[in-house]
Design a protein around this ligand. Structure first.
Ligand code: AP5
Length: 209
């Protein structure tokens, strides 16, 4: 199954994708995670995108489309994938359509207040990228990842200025994709407000899994 996860920053796309890959046995491809790995490794791509991402702006379409096109050509993506954070603009959606046909686009529906609460309390593992929250999904040991013991940190783009910017960018550039995909008959809405287990249940029902 070829899926796109669409929704505002902090809707829980990455959290649900980590669970859905176990269910569907397909790779989770997050453009944000690919960029963060490049930044951590100080590759030319990472150096190019660091300031843009920290400020909560979008990386240019050309760079992002080339990255996804290459990733989707890999062997493990042939049987299906979860694309998390791509496409984010109409130009990216048109490009995706030219090199891969998605089966469903899952739209995570959540109000801004909940987004701000989730992002300001998020902690991420430096080592494996697993997500936690200081109130909702606490690690067993404070500051350490349950999965690999790595150190937990706050993303630079989870500072309040960057959160506001990301929400503005989402409304202006990404939210139009809801109507774009609804018009193609591909959109499935999932209520992302409840606790994680309930959102997974909502997702399973919406996709008849
Ligand atoms: P990216 O990493 O994709 O960020 P995002 O879309 O803003 O999404 P987030 O990772 O912030 O949130 P999420 O929805 O995955 O929520 P999560 O599961 O972590 O992109 C980062 C940047 O890279 C962009 O700003 C841009 O600069 C660049 N970029 C990426 N893709 C691009 C593209 N296509 N084009 C151009 N630029 C691009 O959950 C959030 C928190 O809530 C966590 O703490 C979690 O534990 C908690 N939580 C999750 N679900 C629940 C729940 N149900 N109940 C309670 N808490 C929950």
């Amino acid at each position: 199954m070829k899926l796109v996860f669409l929704g505002p920053p902090g809707a829980g796309k990455g959290t649900l994708a980590a669970k859905a890959v176990e269910l569907l046995q397909i790779p989770h491809i997050s453009t944000g995670a690919i960029f963060r790995a490049a930044i951590a490794a100080r590759t030319p791509l990472g150096i190019k995108v660091k300031e843009i991402i920290d400020a909560g702006k979008l990386v240019d379409d050309e760079t992002t489309i080339a990255l996804v096109r290459e990733r989707l050509a890999a062997e493990d993506a042939q049987k299906g994938y979860i694309l998390d954070g791509f496409p984010r603009t109409i130009a990216q959606a048109d490009a995706l359509d030219s090199f891969s046909k998605v089966d469903r686009v899952v739209n995570f529906d959540i109000p801004d207040g909940a987004v701000i609460e989730r992002l300001s309390g998020r902690r991420v593992c430096k080592n494996c990228g697993a997500n936690y929250h200081i109130l909702f999904t606490k690690p067993k040991t404070e500051g350490r990842c349950d999965l690999c013991g790595g150190e937990l940190y706050t993303r630079d783009d989870d500072q309040s200025d960057a959160i506001q910017r990301r929400l503005e960018v989402y409304r202006a550039q990404t939210a139009p994709l809801i109507d774009y995909y609804r018009g193609k008959g591909l959109l499935v809405d999932v209520d992302a407000r409840p606790a994680v287990d309930q959102v997974i249940e909502n997702f399973r029902k919406a996709l008849h899994l």
